[in-house]
Design a protein around this ligand. Structure first.
Ligand code: NAD
Length: 314
């Protein structure tokens, strides 16, 4: 339990072995980029379909998080929500999870989007065992994960951040040190609250134009060159067939599930409430996604446009 020192990682310029846990829409392409860059990867996911993809890409598939980390100096996780992160690292009792199995000096990077308080809880438990923990949520979507151009928003010690940076640079283009433990998650939910507002607003504007006789592509091109320009219009248009290779042109499959956007909006609202900060636009986006996810939780978050015209979702 937290005794063997692995701080010799990267000796002789060799790359550390990495355990990667959570191979979904984001984790799979991120792990694939690490393999392409020559890192040895041992992977674990509850889904066989997810591990099969990584096995084909050259990773070794483990039977459990502990098994995946047995020969690793670095652990990376990309899990849906706080409860999954808690269960993997802390286990049911709070002290029988993966952290208890890791040697001292292991670097743990959690890229899931979770509550800052949950990230701080895991960081504190890790610190007691001599393990470096970073919260390192990402922005950039599945396109960014595939292209290796994600933005990493990191919270934790500067020394651990320095160790993580070359690894994160394989999967991302912009790597920010936001501050101490939890700071990465706070920055991430501010970003995603804004993204939820932008997606709901962009869907609403395109629908207004279409219902008044405009072609959605023509309207999108106009807004892209006008003051309504934003990330959703640039790379993630919610209207089907306006853009290629985005979830709206693929039956809203893949991408960023509405239920995950809903989770992030709830995290933002909780943070706002705890700190007595007003977020009326965020509250409205939360309300819209709450009703949308009842039927469409597994569809990409751009499917929010279906609130205006349900035929777009079929
Ligand atoms: P996903 O649901 O596609 O993938 C999650 C994976 O974790 C699944 O393969 C699931 O089987 C696995 N998993 C769940 N519990 C597990 C456990 N206990 N042990 C091992 N594996 C387990 O989700 P995603 O879209 O890849 O998102 C992952 C995280 O990244 C979320 O926190 C999300 O909010 C965040 N995020 C997603 C996007 C996006 O565009 N999809 C963008 C930025 C951030």
């Amino acid at each position: 339990m937290g005794t063997k020192d692995t701080s010799t990682m990267d000796n002789n310029n060799s790359k550390p072995n990495i355990a990667f846990i959570g191979l979904g829409n984001m984790g799979a392409p991120m792990a694939e980029n690490l393999l392409k860059a020559g890192y040895a990867l041992s992977v674990f996911d509850l889904s066989d379909a997810a591990t099969k993809r990584l096995k084909q890409a050259g990773a070794s598939v483990a039977e459990s998080p502990k098994d995946a980390a047995s020969n690793a100096q670095v652990v990376i996780s990309m899990l849906p929500a706080g409860q999954h992160v808690h269960s993997v690292y802390l286990g049911d009792s709070g002290s029988d999870g993966l952290l208890a199995e890791l040697p001292k000096g292991t670097l743990v990077i959690d890229s899931s989007t979770i509550a800052a308080a949950d990230a701080r809880t895991v960081a504190e438990a890790a610190s007691k065992l001599g393990i470096d923990f970073l919260d390192a949520p990402v922005s950039g979507g599945t396109g960014g994960a595939v292209a290796g151009s994600l933005t990493f928003i990191v919270g934790g010690d500067a020394a651990a951040f320095a160790k993580a940076e070359p690894i994160l640079a394989v999967m991302g283009k912009n790597i920010f040190h936001a501050g101490e433990h939890g700071a990465g998650q706070v920055a991430k939910i501010c970003n995603n609250m804004l993204l939820g507002i932008l997606m709901a607003g962009t869907a609403e504007a395109i629908n207004l134009g279409v219902k008044n006789g405009l072609d959605p592509k023509v309207l999108s091109d106009i807004m892209l060159q006008s003051s309504g320009r934003n990330w959703t219009l640039e790379v993630y248009n919610p209207y089907p067939k306006v853009m290629e290779n985005v979830p709206s042109s693929n039956g809203y499959q893949g991408g960023f599930m509405s239920k995950l956007m809903q989770k992030d909006l709830n995290l933002a609202m909780q943070t706002a409430q705890d700190t007595e900060v007003e977020t009326p636009m965020g509250a409205k986006a939360t309300e819209l996604y709450a009703s949308h996810t009842v039927e469409n939780g597994d569809k990409d978050f751009s499917s929010i446009i279906g609130r205006h015209d349900v035929s777009l979702l079929s």
